[in-house]
Design a protein around this ligand. Structure first.
Ligand SMILES: Nc1ncnc2c1ncn2[C@@H]1O[C@H](COP(=O)(O)OP(=O)(O)OP(=O)(O)O)[C@@H](O)[C@H]1O
Length: 357
């Protein structure tokens, strides 16, 4: 069996590579009935040029998460760093100037100003940020409208446009100040599937030209067009390797796995400690030679491979390959907790015993 190159979808980019970085972010809402944890210890990194989709059930925390990235809302605890700026420390005024230069935001219901023409709507962010020379603004806005196919309706009011056209105008407006990052919250939620496909084609093209895109969507087929799908469930961000390895599990099942799998880095040649199961994130595990082989024939485990062990000691037949190994694993007690919390998930995993992302 040949060993695959590290599967990027299994791990997040390192903090040093991140254009968007959330570290230990919690959001707790205070309500008369008590407190509600909408985001629980989110650690997220997104590199420049990535297209990342955010999926999850209604109320799982998707909008709260993107509101952290846009600075529309602030974390209760933790750090949010976007394009080199620590958002936690900015005043409201500084945040809105920062947002104007760094982010374009696209909403589900377009939010164009109804009394301004489409062209004026697109010029508005340039006026607000004073980014381009006043003489240049109109032609720049027209170029952006051309790019999204709307030059013929530039002088109309938004109400005269279809929903799809209004969303394309909102995308042009989001691009007005040429921000490196676009954030779109359910941008196709109010569009039919043909129009949604057109909006997705515009997004894909923008990413191909270097924009970083974070898109919230309920639609799994649209989510999967991104480079990376983030799943959020009850305020928890599911480890990308769990999403990539067991994409068909329910989000609740993924959440159970997320809570009970722990990561471990092994230097080259190190023996895998007693474990009930392992998933290789990076590097490889090779069948060891120092212990007697078990009855079964063991294959190397490359990045993306997972395997369950009958007995924890069987894990010791594996050693990290020459490049080391970074794994998620269950030790005996984590596996027992998983069995107690989610017996159906254990049964599903046991029916396969292993596989490849
Ligand atoms: N300002 C607030 N005060 C109290 N609770 C809030 C507030 N904002 C959001 N919540 C709660 O936080 C949870 C997450 O909300 P959020 O809007 O992020 O979910 P979502 O995944 O975007 O949902 P949807 O897909 O329905 O838009 C929900 O239970 C919501 O009721």
């Amino acid at each position: 069996m040949s060993l695959a190159a590290p599967a990027r979808a299994l791990i997040q980019p390192g903090a040093e590579e991140a254009l968007i970085l959330l570290k230990g972010v919690w959001k707790v809402f205070k309500m008369p009935s008590g407190t509600f944890e909408a985001l629980k210890n989110i650690n997220l990194s997104i590199r420049a040029g990535e297209f990342v989709s955010v999926t999850g059930k209604s109320g799982s925390g998707k909008s709260t998460l993107v509101n952290m990235i846009t600075g529309i809302d602030r974390p209760t605890r933790g750090e949010v760093r976007v394009n080199g700026t620590l958002l936690n420390t900015l005043s409201e005024g500084a945040l809105s100037v920062w947002r104007g230069h760094n982010l374009g935001i696209v909403f589900q219901f377009f939010q164009l100003l109804p009394m301004l023409s489409v062209l004026e709507n697109v010029m508005l962010p340039m006026d607000f940020c004073n980014r381009y020379d006043p003489a240049e603004r109109e032609s720049r806005a027209m170029d952006l409208l051309k790019m999204v196919g709307l030059e013929k309706v530039a002088h109309k009011l938004p109400a005269a446009l279809s929903g799809g056209q209004q969303q394309c105008a909102a995308i042009a407006r989001a691009l007005a100040n040429d921000p490196p990052i676009l954030v779109a919250d359910e941008p196709t939620g109010n569009l039919d599937s043909r129009t949604a496909a057109h909006v997705m084609a515009i997004f894909t093209d923008l990413v191909a030209h270097g924009k970083t895109l974070v898109m919230v969507t309920h639609d799994l087929s649209l989510a999967q067009q991104a480079h990376r799908v983030l799943v959020i469930s009850d305020g928890e961000l599911i480890h990308p390797a769990i999403v990539a390895t067991w994409p068909h599990l329910s989000h609740a099942a993924m959440r159970h796995l997320n809570r009970h799998l722990h990561d471990l880095r092994l230097p080259p040649g190190a023996e895998l400690p007693p474990s009930r199961g392992v998933l290789v994130l990076e590097g490889s595990l090779q069948p060891g030679t120092t212990r007697p082989r078990p009855r079964l024939h063991l294959e190397p485990l490359a990045a993306g491979a997972w395997h369950l062990f009958e007995r924890p000691e069987e894990a010791g037949h594996f050693r990290a390959g020459p490049e080391g190994a970074w794994v998620l694993r269950w030790d005996e007690s984590a596996w027992e907790r998983l069995r107690q919390d989610a017996p159906d998930v254990v049964t599903t995993l046991q029916s396969h015993r292993g596989g490849q992302a």
